[in-house]
Design a protein around this ligand. Structure first.
Ligand code: HAM
Length: 434
């Protein structure tokens, strides 16, 4: 009798119902944030991962499922980011779509020592935003991950946040660490001793207790960050606070893949145990698109491990989605108020998006049209002063000013006839549709 390979799982029908619910909720939430699905192949040239994750990454060193085909070396994908960026560059998505907001689910493969929350075939639920350097997109991506967990009914998790800084800052941090750790090498676990020459950064998030004692004595701080990266990080933190995302900063969070720069984050859950406590993780990778042959483009994303989500899930609630509202803000003050309006719209079940590419009003209106938005909200200095916002219906062309405090309500009322099911002839609701 054949048995499944260690580290793989059969997802049987009782469990599949649970998976379908998670996938359904995530499809709805991603569409509320205006993300579209991408499905890259499971198999890629192995060199794609060597180049993206870095030769010294543990995944590349010892965890890739490799397939040799004559002179070609393929790999079963160990993660999704490299494939999505490859697809973005290869298919010219930059030219066709500008900023892209993509999500994916599917199996990933890593030749790990199998344990309860560590499989050889597991599944990612992830997203990647390519084409923006703004901190507002970091804020959107991290708050989107937070929203997903909430809609899955998962509580008790923690959000850890750090900034690695740009490539130069990161290499400064590596050399600072190298010097500090050189004299403490024999206090580190054997894995970290091996990592020391290859990738000293990784020693910071080793789970081994003796390594943690050493690391905590190093007093690293954020001194390696240049002025621009420091400001970026401050803006991300401010935005997350404004949106009520409960995070804590951890200078020890570094992540194991070479492509990360600036913001990195992790969602952890105590029920997963100490060794593998990450439900999901992500960060910026501003140099990867250029490294893989595209034009330089800021990018950020995250991935949750589906199996780990299921290990900590409670009962799953349901909800419904609406047409897209596109918010256009002018000026920094409007931008800040804007992200709270976006949050409130999405909270109310209205799909909403905004411009992250500093377009002109005309450019942003064009973008709203291209996206097929049902309406546009415009927030500038005048409106801000009056605590109001301009609401334009793109179907009728009608435009009016409404109070910021009532805009969500206004949009909900306008949509009601289109989204509610018709029950009986002659009801209030049906007559309103006519
Ligand atoms: P990662 O941290 O390697 O990041 O994986 C993301 C999540 O996948 C982990 O937090 C964990 O929940 C789950 N996971 C990883 N390995 C296993 C395993 N062997 N068994 C079960 N679950 C596992 C990435 O892969 C990045 N591509 C995330 C990202 C997207 N960064 C930017 N965009």
């Amino acid at each position: 009798m054949f048995k499944r390979i260690a580290g793989t799982k059969d997802i049987l029908p009782q469990e599949t119902d649970f998976w379908l619910k998670i996938e359904k909720i995530s499809r709805r939430v991603f569409s509320l944030y205006n993300y579209r699905q991408i499905r890259p192949p499971l198999i890629e040239e192995a060199a794609l991962f060597n180049r993206s994750l870095g030769e010294s990454a543990e995944i590349v060193q010892k965890q890739m499922f490799l397939i040799r085909n004559n002179s070609e070396l393929y790999a079963l994908r160990p993660e999704g980011t490299a494939s999505v960026v490859r697809a973005y560059v290869e298919n010219n998505l930059e030219k066709k779509d500008g900023l892209v907001k993509l999500y994916y689910t599917g199996p990933m493969f890593r030749l790990e020592r199998p344990q309860k929350a560590r499989l050889r075939q597991f599944h990612h639920l992830g997203c990647e935003v390519i084409g923006a350097y703004q901190p507002y997109i970091d804020i959107e991506v991290i708050s989107l991950a937070d929203r997903l967990l909430k809609d899955f009914g998962i509580g008790g998790y923690k959000v850890r946040l750090n900034s690695l800084g740009c490539a130069k800052d990161k290499s400064n941090l590596s050399s600072i660490l190298y010097d500090k750790l050189k004299i403490k090498l024999n206090e580190l676990c054997s894995d970290c001793q091996a990592r020391f020459e290859r990738n000293s950064l990784r020693i910071l998030d080793c789970k081994n207790e003796s390594c943690q004692v050493v690391v905590q004595g190093l007093e690293i701080g954020n001194g390696h960050l240049c002025q621009e990266c420091r400001i970026h990080f401050e803006q991300v933190k401010q935005g997350l606070t404004l949106l009520g995302v409960d995070y804590s900063c951890s200078e020890y969070l570094v992540r194991g893949l070479d492509y990360y720069t600036r913001t990195v984050f992790e969602f952890t859950h105590p029920d997963l145990g100490r060794q593998q406590d990450a439900l999901g993780a992500g960060g910026r990778y501003d140099n990867l698109v250029g490294d893989l042959g595209g034009n330089a483009a800021g990018a950020i994303g995250f991935a949750f491990g589906m199996e780990r989500l299921l290990m900590v899930s409670g009962p799953l609630p349901t909800a419904q989605s609406n047409d897209l509202v596109y918010l256009i803000t002018m000026g920094e003050a409007a931008r800040k108020t804007g992200i709270t309006i976006l949050r409130d719209l999405r909270q109310a079940g209205i799909s909403a998006d905004t411009d992250y590419e500093n377009r002109s009003l005309k450019g942003a209106m064009r973008r709203a049209n291209d996206l097929g938005a049902a309406s546009v909200l415009i927030l500038g200095d005048n409106e801000l002063q009056n605590k109001s916002i301009t609401l334009k219906d793109l179907t009728t062309g009608n435009q009016r000013e409404v109070a910021i405090s009532t805009v969500v309500q206004e949009l909900l009322i306008n949509r009601e006839p289109r989204t509610l099911p018709i029950r009986k002839a002659g009801t209030d609701h049906e007559s309103r549709i006519k």
